[in-house]
Design a protein around this ligand. Structure first.
Ligand SMILES: O=C(C[C@@H]1CCCCN1)Cn1cnc2cc(Cl)c(F)cc2c1=O
Ligand SMILES: [Mg+2]
Length: 568
């Protein structure tokens, strides 16, 4: 490809609203351009990388027994009505009407569509198990799109769906996908971890997220420093055991605490550590008020609260709701003298508090010498966020944190959708059975951004060869010099005949501009045709290491072959 006509508009300056390196570099190197908030156009360089990642995904999915399909982005609302999800999603699910005023949704995911297809086409156990996948654009109207294509409103996903006749079958499908994901992200040269995760709105049981380690990741991974345990902090179990002090229980006492609201203020006022205080948060779970207690030095894990209560929606009560239900403001609420309709659940750590402090459900008042069991009752569960230094739930080592970008998510769905949509088959005894499903997603466009996050330096992107938009960057330094021009043109043909995908910088630009653009675009190897063209000598540079080699043109094929083997 000749750069003179190639659409790769590079930018010298960092665009103002691009906060992270991958967003900045994908704009500056001419891979993407924003069309609207959270909506991007892929220019040729970006599209070529997308295709490389997609091809790696296809190879591994096909190898794992997947069959590629393509499902519609415009989905009849009736299917979402059948699954019960049409009204479960708010504005994030984009909706439209056709010319006949019929309702449709823009595909945020495809459980309904694929289950509808399978229920119509597969009726016998002989045709199962099956794994169908697609690589397709998804639409989710994120409230706050950010970080370029990492969190956009239109994005490319590989989504796969497996259909089995037994839980053992599902386990095999799940493991096959898990292995395929490990291969995919390894081939994309990503440093990633598979972590135990929460199945969220989709339901189902086991689920793992594939996280690319990165400081700008939005997810917190809790991992053991002495085993391969790793989990999204949302579900990482706390196994700490608490020893109750044997100090004598003192009489509960009501204390004036004017303007003393936060845990820090309370601990400071009573000259105790935060671990001596009880933090109370009022939640509304499917419309019912629930008071959640954690020790003052811990934080509530809202996903654990939701899972323990087994409710569809669990939200922190607003200040108004708190005032209405407890007749005081949030800084003074507590588990004592509660209206009877309010359930109290507490983290295990609270049970071991002796002579603690908590809000008195009265403005400017706290109780001290509070003792769980004597002064209030609660149902105890693991409700707190795990912290660095906590013992690992696997029993070996202690927990450390790392930030991650979720690029993959695999789920055991079970019969949630096949039940709702009646995807059944006749088993070997002619009995009707419900198919057992799994679903498996990869954020393809997000993976491209994650690769840039992990593969760049101060001069620009450093593409791993397997996903680079071109294999080689051939640069004629001075196109006005006959010898350089001639050799450049000749090498362009030779390298293409050797099977290399070559970006040829034949532009009448100054050397400095060409080298800056070349480092920014970041192809693995650059061949510069310069002053020694007359002697048949070119300069070969390895982008990743900066290594420079002067090579005779005749030896270039061998030099490149050697580098290709070394670079992988
Ligand atoms: O998508 C999944 C589960 C798996 C992920 C892998 C591939 C198949 N689906 C979960 N999820 C996430 N956000 C959503 C957003 C909207 Cl607006 C929606 F309507 C539905 C969903 C939704 O279902
Ligand atoms: Mg996910």
């Amino acid at each position: 490809m000749r750069q003179r006509t190639f659409l790769a508009p590079t930018l010298r300056d960092v665009p103002a609203d691009a906060e992270i390196k991958s967003h900045q570099l994908m704009l500056r190197a001419g891979l993407i351009r924003q069309t609207a908030s959270g909506i991007y156009s892929y220019l040729p360089l970006g599209k070529k990388v997308l295709r490389k990642v997609e091809d790696i995904i296809r190879e591994e999915m096909d190898e794992a027994g997947g069959q590629e399909v393509l499902l519609p982005a415009i989905q009849p609302a009736e299917l979402w009505e059948e699954s019960g999800r049409l009204h479960a999603y708010g504005p994030e699910l984009m909706r439209l009407k056709d010319r006949h005023e019929r309702d449709f949704v823009l595909g945020a995911t495809h459980e309904e569509v694929i289950t509808d297809l399978v229920r119509n086409e597969l009726q016998s156990y002989k045709k199962l198990p099956v794994n169908l996948y697609q690589i397709q654009t998804k639409y989710r109207d994120e409230r706050r799109p950010r970080f370029g294509v990492l969190r956009s409103r239109e994005f490319i996903m590989k989504d796969a769906y497996s259909f089995d006749t037994s839980n053992e079958g599902l386990e095999q499908s799940y493991q096959a996908m898990y292995k395929a994901y490990q291969n995919i992200f390894t081939r994309c040269a990503l440093n990633f971890r598979a972590v135990e995760a929460d199945s969220g709105t989709i339901g189902g049981t086991d689920t793992h997220e594939f996280m690319v380690l990165s400081e700008i990741g939005e997810d917190t991974i809790a991992y053991s420093d002495q085993s391969d345990f790793a989990a999204n902090i949302e579900i990482a179990p706390v196994v700490t055991t608490y020893v109750k002090s044997d100090e004598p229980l003192k009489e509960k006492e009501l204390v004036d605490t004017v303007n003393i609201r936060t845990i820090e203020e309370v601990a400071d006022f009573f000259k105790v550590s935060a671990a001596q205080t009880i933090k109370s948060l009022l939640f509304i779970a499917d419309g019912e008020p629930v008071l959640v207690l954690v020790r003052g030095d811990h934080d509530v894990n809202e996903i654990k609260v939701k899972n323990v209560l087994d409710k569809d929606s669990v939200e922190l009560a607003s200040a108004e709701e708190t005032a209405r239900l407890l007749n005081c403001e949030t800084g003074y609420i507590g588990p004592i003298n509660l209206p009877s309709e309010i359930t109290v659940i507490a983290d295990h750590a609270v049970e071991a508090v002796v002579n603690g402090i908590c809000g008195a459900n009265e403005k400017d008042k706290h109780y001290k010498h509070v003792n769980p069991g004597r002064d209030f009752t609660a149902t105890y569960a693991d409700l707190r966020l795990i912290q660095e230094g906590d013992p690992s739930p696997c029993g070996k080592g202690t927990i450390q944190f790392a930030m991650g970008i979720e690029v993959g998510h695999v789920f055991k769905l079970g019969t949630k959708y096949s039940e709702a949509l009646g995807a059944t088959y006749l088993d070997e005894n002619g009995k009707t059975q419900t198919m057992i499903m799994g679903c498996y997603g990869i954020g393809v466009s997000r993976t491209v951004a994650a690769i840039v996050e992990q593969h760049h330096d101060e001069n620009g992107i450093v593409w791993p060869p397997a996903v680079a938009p071109f294999d080689l960057h051939l640069v004629t330094i001075n196109v006005k010099d006959e010898a350089q021009k001639e050799l450049g043109e000749q090498l362009y043909q030779t390298l293409k005949q050797l099977g290399y995908d070559v970006l040829f910088d034949d532009r009448p630009e100054r050397a400095g501009v060409k080298f800056k653009d070349s480092d920014l675009i970041g192809l693995p190897i650059r061949i510069a045709v310069g002053k020694k063209a007359g002697e048949g000598i070119v300069e070969v540079k390895v982008r990743k290491t900066g290594e420079m080699i002067e090579a005779e043109v005749a030896k270039l094929p061998d030099v490149l072959e050697e580098l290709r083997t070394k670079l992988g």
